[in-house]
Design a protein around this ligand. Structure first.
Ligand SMILES: *Cc1c(COP(=O)(O)O)cnc(C)c1O
Length: 390
């Protein structure tokens, strides 16, 4: 937009000055229904009064002291997250990429303790884990990787959902493998769901070979799919899980949680963060979890998510542009046959709806977890109009 900014994004000519709940207002005062939520971030809605109060009270009291001192809100958030997830210990960062770096360092340490000299982490084709050099190396696709060689090379890639490929990899490199890093639903690559039973099979495989199962729940976590964490639909528990996005509702925070043999790998000095886990971010995190609980938002995601998916399928059933509609809870992808033109985004915008496009061909819907039946109708209508414009 402006030459003073590095050329990393191509933002729409649209800028917002205010948000409340599921709505945003642009500079001209026009209202929009936000079905993007800052990419799965503002899960409890914009300017939630309890978040506003938590931020202003904490800002007036204490923003930052560093991890040289114990931080009560950090311990509270760790307790809440471990209780909700069945994990045992947490480390706090400022972003998803950093949380995944923490997970990758745990995998390295785990291998080192086992005497494995060149530890290998299994990752998936089309994965997205972040933009740091390490997480980029764990991610797939020339769009994010091109020009950044040499990336750290301690990863082996298999197709998402393909157990036979994993079996072959095990036979070839089994002795070097220390962990599997996987998104329960691949968000950035177009809301790709794993086949039923896949996570359970990965859990069994990790148990059998003493590998760590590390789930990247940065996009799927914090209620997005209708459970606190997507793995809870599958009746398994990972060894390591990463969170960010929805945990702070817009205040930057990331977390890496671990249990069992992964929980005690770090020792004083082996990892750290200046800002990570500060009182402001952790108090907001605690407040987000309270709001989700008290407003019954997990149930709302299940009900409205099902409704949205069903109505989209009905609305778009005869649309020749649509290839597939898939999702879980309020994480829904509509894959089109042709690459999506800007017109689609503009058409949606002109109908007062904000939608997102990922991997060029998939409309991604990630509305706040608070949407109601009327708003589901607005999204279905807006998407219908946008897709038929294309
Ligand atoms: C967004 C995202 C990340 C990266 O998070 P940042 O906060 O942008 O570093 C990593 N993994 C997944 C699955 C994500 O959706």
């Amino acid at each position: 937009m402006t030459a003073a900014l590095m050329n990393t994004y191509q933002p729409l000519a649209l800028s917002f000055t205010r948000g409340l709940g599921t709505r945003l207002w642009d500079q001209a005062g026009r209202e929009y229904l936000d079905a993007v939520a800052g990419v799965a971030v503002t899960n409890v809605g914009h300017s939630h009064p309890r978040i506003v109060a938590a931020i202003s009270e904490q800002a007036a009291m204490l923003l930052h002291t560093s991890n040289l001192y114990s931080i009560d809100w950090q311990q509270q958030l760790a307790r809440k997250l471990t209780q909700l997830s069945g994990m045992e210990r947490a480390f706090f960062n400022n972003s998803g990429g950093e949380a995944n770096e923490t997970a990758l360092k745990l995998a390295r340490l785990y291998g080192w303790r086992k005497g494995i000299e060149q530890p290998l982490v299994v990752v998936m084709a089309n994965a997205f884990h972040g933009r740091t050099l390490g997480t980029l190396s764990a991610s797939d696709g020339p769009a994010v990787r091109l020009g950044f060689n040499d990336l750290p090379g301690d990863f082996a890639k298999v197709p998402f959902g393909d157990l036979a490929a994993l079996d072959q990899l095990q036979q070839k490199h089994g002795a070097r493998i220390v962990a599997i890093l996987v998104e329960p639903i691949q968000g950035e690559s177009g809301v790709q769901l794993a086949p039923p039973g896949y996570l359970k099979a990965l859990r069994d495989l990790c148990n059998r070979h003493a590998w760590l199962l590390m789930l990247d729940e940065i996009q799927t976590g914090i209620g997005r799919t209708g459970q606190w964490f997507a793995f809870q639909h599958e009746g398994i528990v990972p060894d390591v899980m990463t969170l960010a996005k929805g945990l702070g509702n817009g205040v930057p925070i990331g977390a890496c949680l671990a249990r069992g043999r992964a929980a005690d790998l770090f020792t004083p000095g082996s990892h750290g963060s200046t800002f990570g886990g500060n009182p402001l971010a952790c108090r907001v995190g605690c407040t987000v979890l309270d709001i989700i609980e008290e407003q019954g938002l997990l149930e709302n995601v299940r009900v409205q998510g099902e409704r949205l998916l069903t109505r989209l399928r009905a609305e778009l059933a005869e649309n020749p542009n649509v290839l597939a509609i898939r999702g879980q809870g309020l994480m829904i992808g509509i894959e089109l046959k042709q690459p999506i033109r800007d017109l689609t985004l503009i058409a949606a915008r002109d109908h007062g709806l904000l939608i997102n496009v990922t991997r060029g061909k998939t409309i991604r819907l990630l509305p706040p977890l608070t949407i109601d039946e009327r708003e589901v109708g607005m999204i279905v209508r807006g998407v219908g109009l946008a897709v038929s414009t294309d």
